[in-house]
Design a protein around this ligand. Structure first.
Ligand SMILES: *Cc1c(COP(=O)(O)O)cnc(C)c1O
Length: 362
């Protein structure tokens, strides 16, 4: 059953009466500045109300709402890019909105029309187009979010919800070139588990790991490599994890965990797998592998590269790994790496330097 949908043609605009000058993104951290407008639409029961684009503002919420108490919250992350002809582009946005729909489904929020939501997103980006920075590495980060806004403390599905999009001009993830990370393998705590919510992009998946991330940083490592039952390799921090190695048959292979419900289905992950398959040079294997497979391969010298991948960084090369107190250096060829080739190939598409069906001018 699905209630009243919302449509982009019905957007009510209450825009800033004066043009707000874009901020300087140089030296700015992630998500510290915001463009002047935001998209909002609220639901009651199954029915969506009128979609709105308003000036960026703080929200007024019932302090008893489930978004603040029971983790009824999910979000997305994607970017708008400015190409050399001054067009604004999005990279595979329909994948993010499909994933948002799935996450919202998981939280029993009402369904929305994905095409209409995409049109709303595009409209917001067009209105704040001046806030999409130019130059490689720069972008306007888009953060669609849904929260339970019900007026009671009941533990149950929210009978009210708010779907909104805020946008944030961001500078390059690597202002001074690739910065490799070191990983601490956590074989004690879990980010996700079979039957859990690992494949939904919900805030709760981020709240749990924060404590362990702080412990990891205290030990001098940048990210946690999360494992699942049977010591299988899961994800790295909040990124998907990939390794290029010589497999047991001696073939050059890119291996990553399959989408079995514990792994977040990353748009970057999907894009990388598809690109590497299209090259036809490296075998692609979406299969479970354990930390022991990984450490054995490192000891044998069979690992070529390891990296994390996600929208923020695209790829994040790994140069070291600690497992049970032993540090292993990880080969990190940087300039000549597949990691670097993927980084450049994906950026070429995102910034429209190479025409590709994944990148659309809005
Ligand atoms: C968002 C996210 C990713 C990366 O997804 P992209 O669509 O590539 O940005 C990977 N793992 C987790 C846990 C995430 O939340």
């Amino acid at each position: 059953m699905s209630g009243k949908l919302f449509f982009a043609k019905d957007i009510v605009r209450k825009l800033s009466p004066v043009a707000v000058p874009p901020v300087c993104t140089k030296g700015l951290g992630f998500g510290e500045a915001f463009a002047p407008h935001m998209f909002e639409v609220d639901s009651i029961k199954e029915d969506w109300g009128t979609p709105q684009i308003n000036q960026f503002h703080n929200l007024s919420l019932p302090p008893q709402c489930s978004g603040l108490h029971y983790g009824l919250q999910c979000f997305e992350g994607l970017k708008a890019y400015r190409d050399k002809k001054n067009n604004i582009r999005l990279f595979r946005p329909e994948m993010n909105l499909r994933r948002l729909q799935n996450s919202m489904n998981r939280l029993v929020f009402p369904r929305f029309d994905e095409k209409e939501m995409l049109d709303c997103l595009k409209e917001l980006v067009r209105i704040d187009a001046d806030h999409v920075p130019a130059e490689r590495g720069y972008s306007l980060y888009l953060r669609p979010t849904a929260i339970g806004t019900n007026h009671n403390l009941r533990v149950g599905p929210a009978d009210r919800c708010k779907l909104f999009i805020i946008t944030s001009p961001v500078g390059p993830y690597y202002p001074t070139g690739f910065k490799p990370v070191s990983l601490m393998v956590d074989d004690e705590h879990r980010r996700a588990w079979p039957g859990g919510t690992g494949s939904s992009k919900i805030g709760a998946n981020y709240a749990g790991p924060i404590f362990h991330q702080v412990e990891c940083a205290k030990k001098g490592y940048s990210q946690i490599l999360w494992l699942g039952p049977g010591d299988v390799v899961d994800e790295v921090g909040a990124m998907n994890f990939m390794c290029i190695w010589k497999n047991k048959n001696g073939e050059r292979e890119l291996i990553t965990a399959p989408l079995d419900g514990t792994i977040l289905p990353g748009v970057t992950r999907d894009s990388i797998l598809s690109l590497v398959r299209s090259w036809g040079e490296i075998k692609v294997n979406e299969q479970r592998f354990t930390i022991h497979d990984l450490v054995d391969a490192l000891k044998r010298g069979d690992v070529e590269e390891m990296f994390g991948c996600g929208t923020a960084a695209i790829v994040s090369p790994v140069n070291g790994l600690n497992f049970k107190g032993t540090h292993y250096d990880v080969p990190c060829p940087l300039e000549t790496s597949v990691t670097m080739r993927l980084f450049n190939t994906i950026q070429d598409i995102q910034y429209g330097d190479v025409e590709h069906e994944w990148s659309t001018v809005i």
